[in-house]
Design a protein around this ligand. Structure first.
Ligand SMILES: [Zn+2]
Length: 456
């Protein structure tokens, strides 16, 4: 039995990036786009090219480097915007121009100061122009859920006739209720001529915490594309959360018998990478990818989990890429375990980079005992950005606990201990016995000793 395929349209880099504190530079966007490609999203909305030169460049470089996913550029419904979006998409293997225009009376009257007639004309003309450049054109009637339904049907019909291939129905202000949103999609399917030739899309905001519920209601009513963002980031309270949409369908195919192309084991690494780049952490109780999403604290729950994980787990942590929590990274962890965790977090390194990360990791582990993913990601960020190591002297403003420049060595050592490979430590040892002090020079690279100690 073939399940309908749902197109996952990721807008982390456009709508998501518009959320406070989430702006990213071109390099960061490109890195995240590559991760979204690994995750298997169908469409990446890479930016709003006319908004800034940075946005233009980001769309351009993502379009040039990713061949599989469709790359979309956003444009207001006017020639200048559409042309600029098309220019940014020149290198794309599969370009899409995404045109939007508000259609609700409140937006027409107070924001755009145009009549419905003018709105209808502008929508039709801008889509016609986009279509003359690009075969794949999406149109969004902004604030669709507060638009007069008869007028919305009129606009949607006009843009389909003008060549739109996807029609997106945004709940721009997060006002809709699931049943209502589903009914709106149904109404459009019943009343609009030609709608069966295009893909209907959802774009729901989370102002009432209903973005995911509304999107799923839209899918049940016939939408076949969902616009969403990693970690649910987006304007104000955010967008529909990509990971929640995907896993709701995967865990409950009895209610949502639909397929996506998402490689769910990349959900957690994608979430972590976004949090790392934006430095906006994920709330601990966030569904699917929050720190506590698979934590079992209560005794009765732990007891059940030990007897059979199905007692309290509806999906496994591994299925969404959450590393095995019982694998603790500490100073005795080898280079292999570290490399594996880096990989699970979406980072692959060459040997030299891994060497540097490992050096810093061991110093950190010595100090804080248990290295959490957040620590590791911060450390990776420093190495990748070429920051000068300051781990030994403590890092102001960072979450690592402060440490002294020297650490007590817990067993008897002598100044010549380094001569014996079995007892060697990647450190300059001073003092002769008991509570000797150890300081760790970063610039000193004792290769043979380290090969042994940094081990496998
Ligand atoms: Zn939005």
């Amino acid at each position: 039995m073939d399940r309908p395929r749902i197109t996952i349209f990721d807008t982390t880099l456009r709508d998501g990036e518009q959320s406070p504190g989430c702006s990213m530079n071109v390099q960061e966007k490109l890195r995240l786009a590559q991760q979204l490609d690994r995750l298997g999203v169908d469409v990446i909305e890479a930016g709003f090219p006319i908004a800034s030169d940075g946005d233009f460049e980001a769309v351009q470089s993502i379009a040039a480097s990713l061949r599989r996913p469709i790359i979309a550029g956003l444009a207001r419904a006017c020639t200048g915007d559409v042309d600029r979006a098309w220019q940014a998409l020149q290198g794309a293997a599969r370009p899409r121009i995404h045109v939007f225009l508000a259609t609700s009376d409140i937006h027409l009257r107070y924001k755009l100061r145009i009549t419905r007639e003018k709105c209808l004309e502008q929508a039709r003309e801008s889509v016609r122009h986009a279509k003359s450049l690009c075969a794949d054109v999406e149109f969004s009637p902004e604030d669709a859920t507060r638009t007069d339904v008869a007028f919305l049907c009129q606009v949607v019909e006009a843009v389909i006739a003008a060549g739109a291939t996807t029609v997106n129905i945004p709940d721009t202000v997060g006002y809709s209720m699931p049943e209502e949103y589903g009914n709106l999609i149904r109404t459009l399917r019943e009343r609009v001529a030609g709608i069966d030739k295009v893909t209907i899309s959802t774009h729901c905001h989370n102002d009432l915490g209903l973005a995911v519920a509304n999107s799923l209601a839209g899918v049940q009513a016939g939408a076949r594309q969902v616009e969403c963002a990693v970690n649910g980031i987006g304007e104000r309270a955010g967008n529909a959360s990509l990971e929640e949409i995907v896993m709701a369908m995967r865990v409950r195919p009895d209610r949502y018998p639909y397929e996506t192309a998402i490689a769910s084991e990349h959900l957690y690494p994608s979430s972590q990478m976004l949090a790392e780049i934006t430095r906006v952490p994920v709330q601990p109780n966030k569904a699917i990818i929050g720190r506590n999403a698979f934590a079992h604290e209560a005794g009765i729950h732990q007891d059940g989990m030990l007897k059979n994980p199905l007692t309290y787990e509806i999906m496994t942590p591994q299925s969404v890429g959450v590393p095995d929590s019982r694998l603790v990274l500490g100073k005795h962890s080898g280079r292999h375990a570290l490399a594996l965790r880096c990989e699970q977090l979406g980072h692959q390194f060459e040997r030299r980079e891994l060497d540097e990360i490992y050096r810093r990791f061991v110093v950190l582990a010595d100090r804080i005992k248990k290295v959490q993913d957040s620590h590791l990601l911060e450390l990776i960020q420093d190495v990748v950005s070429g920051a000068v190591s300051s781990d030994v002297t403590g890092r102001q403003g960072k979450k690592f606990p402060p440490a002294a420049a020297t650490l007590p060595f817990p067993r008897a050592v002598s100044a010549t201990a380094g001569a014996n490979a079995n007892d060697s430590h990647p450190a300059h040892v001073s003092g002769s016995a008991g509570q000797a002090s150890v300081s760790i020079p970063f610039t000193d690279h004792h290769s043979e000793q380290e090969d042994y100690l940094w081990g496998v």
